[in-house]
Design a protein around this ligand. Structure first.
Ligand code: NAP
Length: 302
């Protein structure tokens, strides 16, 4: 599959984020693709071999258009988003701008430039009443983050029929980025308590495997909606216990809680998450929790 990607020029947005950073590394070092990673951070913009990072605020339409035309990508993987679900609830304007409006601008540019467009979405487009969900399940978000992602999906599907909508969930890695695994490990190492929800289900997804799975789907020129996530469907409490076991940390400090006991600003879907058979048939890189934690513990790569 590597060969079909190698001739393409990639643009990855959200390149300083958890998934975007991994995608840039995979594309540059594993596939040898020319790739630009857009970031909101102050970076030099210099090419390092076949890749570079460029500072682009994706809420600045002029900056987005200029940077897009300069690079002329063959494929855009749009990871940038306001991912703090409670922040999206509180600051709806910025959530809508980044997650919906800027996504629409980029889709339009991709369409005009004849570039493939892959958009990262979420299981929070569903209400969580009857998950795990298939790709054709009815969208019905219950928080504003989900509203912004569902709106972006709709605009992209209308204007770019060959776009790839990649819905994922519960990402984790052991690098510098905040995520559930890092939080659980840090809390337990400090001797602190971990309160983990028994009424939030999803598919924990190791970022390294996800990046590879996404590139497999792009290499196959997949179009439409795909649920790309780990195959295990568990609640956060169960996932926290698995993390503690894998890292040899005291599981006794993990306390089960419900949303009623510990309310959050934004409502979360209860039975969220996915059925992932459609993606699993096309990629071998969506790993179980056990496999992923084993690799993370051993420091090995998939
Ligand atoms: N994390 C999850 O569990 C999860 C679950 C479902 C779906 N997703 C989706 O998967 C994608 C990747 O998630 P992630 O965990 O990698 O998210 P992340 O670590 O929060 O990264 C998102 C990145 O978006 C960029 N960004 C935000 N506002 C920007 C702006 N105004 N201008 C330029 N860049 C901006 C930032 O990139 P820089 O740091 O480079 O500035 C930020 O790091 C997102 O679209 C997310 O909605 C994630």
């Amino acid at each position: 599959m590597a060969s079909s990607l190698a001739k393409k020029r990639f643009l990855v947005t959200g390149a300083g984020g958890q998934l975007g950073a991994q995608l840039v590394q995979e594309l540059a070092y594993r596939h040898g693709c020319p790739v630009i990673g857009w970031t909101s951070q102050n970076v030099s913009g210099e090419m390092r071999g076949n890749h570079a990072y460029r500072q682009v605020d994706i809420t600045d339409r002029q900056a987005v258009e200029q940077a897009f035309h300069e690079w002329q990508p063959d494929c855009v993987i749009h990871c940038a988003a306001v991912t703090n679900v409670d922040l999206c609830e509180r600051d709806r304007e910025i959530a809508k701008q980044v997650n919906t409006t800027s996504s629409a601008w980029l889709a339009e540019l991709a369409s005009r430039g004849g570039a493939k467009f892959a958009f990262l979405s979420s299981d929070y487009v569903f209400d969580g009443s009857d998950g795990p969900y298939d790709e054709d399940a009815r969208v019905n978000p219950i928080n504003y983050y989900g509203v912004t992602k569902a709106a972006a999906e709709q605009i992209i599907c209308e204007h770019l029929p060959d776009a790839l909508i990649l819905r994922t969930t519960v990402l984790y890695s052991n690098g510098r980025h905040n995520n559930f695994l890092k939080w659980v490990v840090t809390q337990l190492q400090m001797g602190a308590e971990v309160r983990a929800f028994t009424d939030q289900y999803g598919n924990p997804t190791w970022v390294d495997g996800l990046a590879r799975a996404i590139l497999d789907l792009i290499a196959l020129d997949c179009q439409g909606i795909y649920h790309v996530a780990g195959p295990d469907w568990v609640n956060r409490y169960t996932f926290a216990l698995q993390i503690a076991t894998a890292f040899g940390l005291p599981a006794a400090r993990i306390c089960p809680v419900t949303a009623e006991q510990l309310p959050q600003t934004a409502k979360r879907p209860v039975r969220g998450g996915f059925r992932v058979a459609k993606s699993l048939a096309l990629t071998e890189h969506l790993y179980s929790i056990d496999e992923s934690l084993q690799w993370l513990r051993g420091g090995e790569r998939a």
